[in-house]
Design a protein around this ligand. Structure first.
Ligand code: FRU
Length: 483
């Protein structure tokens, strides 16, 4: 089927229920489909949106195009959870159904205000000449999940181009602030634009956030600011970033900086660190973070990248969300760990302290390994008998290196390299907490000092084996499905 522009932007009501049911079945029955991560009910999923705590539960939405594996007319699909692991699907929440968001209810955030959840997002509107008008929209969600009262908050100011989106709403001392991804009109560089309002109705632009002396490519998407252990952590996606500023391999990186604090009224971060990759793997983008009422910072990411095709495109669905990651800071470094309640999915615990050769028939498991000092070798996951297909994890605890290689696990973004490597301390054991969910791997290294995530497509092979005798301790669990 050819995805013409007309087809991508066809109103949802013009698609038949039978088409949607067929697409849902295709997504549900795919051998690549995730079982304990948020995944598309049908079609394509991208950014997490509105990650928040409201009415005693956690909420997250995702960008969805339900009718195929393409970036078409976007909406928000809503999930809620008591433990950040088991999610209830509450269905379509923000539909592209008015002039303001006629060409997509794009990314945004949410915050409880009074007894409602305030949603702030970008409405993508295109006029007759296909010129884009990004409208920043407010809407209210009640405790039953009904979204109403969509209204314009502000239009783009003249100092930015049509690339002006993804507001994160915040509140400090009774004043509301929003930070947005932007491209300036004069130089066409990426920026984070800071706005404020005392009443959520009248908004004024403050300035571009000063958090670096470097040029931030041609656009920044999905900026997020959270407090982590007393510091301010800014998470964002610069597009077209020069690799001399911060090295990365993916088409677009998801980066962060840590500052002592941020003065939003002055649009100024104090003492910002250099840019660092949030994830050292293949497919993490558009991470959204928020501070829960007890102050804890949680993050969740899109596992998928813009402008990249994935093997499941042929099955009319694509991408998923990551685990929720709990953020902390240790020795000035950002630490990301899976939430404690992920352990409730574990069952059939096995000790793996003899030679590891195992078949996980489900392809959904957690593997906790401590590889001792002075070990070099390869751990093959999702391997077939002759190793012509596998996901390879190479380790060298003598020189301190870890490499994830997906060159024998399907062709994804081959042009951007099929390995990702992580530098570790030399002459030290390494602790790996590995989560595999069919075609998704998330590796938490040394209790979250590094995270290496990625998709892989190895035809449902499930053998797990080392290539030689290795000194290690290990545990294995099958993981329950969540949906
Ligand atoms: C990032 C992004 C956002 C935009 C959304 C549209 O992946 O391009 O900037 O709001 O996706 O789906």
């Amino acid at each position: 089927m050819e995805w013409t522009t007309e087809k991508r932007y066809l109103p949802y009501s013009k698609w038949g229920a039978d088409t949607l049911l067929h697409l849902q079945a295709q997504a549900a029955t795919s051998t690549y489909q995730m079982r304990y991560h948020l995944r598309p009910i049908s079609g394509l999923v991208n950014d997490p949106n509105g990650f928040s705590y409201f009415n005693g539960e956690y909420h997250v939405f995702y960008q969805s195009y339900p009718f195929g594996a393409v970036h078409g007319l976007k909406s928000w699909v809503h999930f809620k959870s008591k433990d950040l692991v088991h999610w209830v699907n509450l269905g379509l929440a923000v539909e592209p159904d008015c002039k303001l968001d006629s060409h997509g209810a794009y990314s945004g955030s949410a915050k409880q205000i009074g007894d409602k959840l305030f949603l702030m997002y970008t409405g993508n509107h295109r006029d007759e000449s296909w010129t884009r008008h990004p409208y920043q929209i407010g809407a209210w969600m009640d405790k039953h999940g009904t979204v109403s009262d969509k209204h314009l908050l502000f239009k783009k100011p003249n100092n930015v181009t049509e690339h002006f989106r993804d507001p994160q709403i915040m509140e400090e001392n009774g004043t509301y602030y929003a930070i947005l991804g932007a491209q300036d009109a004069a130089q066409k560089h990426g920026h984070i634009d800071v706005w404020k309002s005392s009443d959520l109705k009248n908004w004024e632009e403050i300035d571009f956030l000063n958090f670096t002396n470097h040029e931030m490519g041609y656009m920044i998407e999905c900026p997020n600011l959270v407090k982590v252990d007393g510091k301010s952590v800014l998470i964002f996606c610069p597009q077209g970033l020069d690799k001399s500023v911060a090295n990365y391999q993916n088409i677009y990186p998801n980066m962060y900086v840590i500052g002592d604090s941020v003065d939003l009224d002055k649009a100024q971060m104090t003492n910002p660190s250099n840019l660092k990759n949030l994830d050292e793997g293949f497919d993490i983008y558009a991470t959204q973070a928020f501070n829960a009422p007890d102050g804890t910072a949680y993050a969740i990411s899109w596992v998928g990248l813009p402008d990249i095709s994935y093997p499941t495109d042929n099955e009319n669905w694509a991408n998923c969300l990551s685990h929720v990651k709990k953020l902390s800071i240790k020795d000035g470094k950002l630490i990301q760990q899976p939430v404690e309640s992920i352990k409730t999915l574990r069952h059939n615990e096995e000790d793996l302290n003899s030679q590891l050769i195992k078949n996980s028939t489900s392809g959904q498991y957690e593997l906790e390994l401590t590889i001792k000092e002075n070990q070099t070798g390869n751990l093959y996951l999702a391997a077939n008998d002759d190793l012509s297909e596998n996901l390879r994890l190479e380790f060298d605890t003598k020189n301190g290196k870890l490499i994830l290689d997906r060159s024998k696990a399907g062709d994804v973004a081959v042009k951007y390299g099929q390995t990702r490597s992580v530098e570790l301390d030399a002459n030290k054991e390494v602790k790996l907490d590995i989560f595999v969910d069919r075609s998704l791997i998330e590796i938490f290294v040394n209790d979250g000092e590094h995270v290496v995530s990625g998709r892989f497509f190895a035809n449902a092979n499930n053998a797990i084996k080392f290539d030689q005798k290795i000194n290690y301790d290990g545990k294995f669990w099958n993981m329950e499905s969540i949906m």
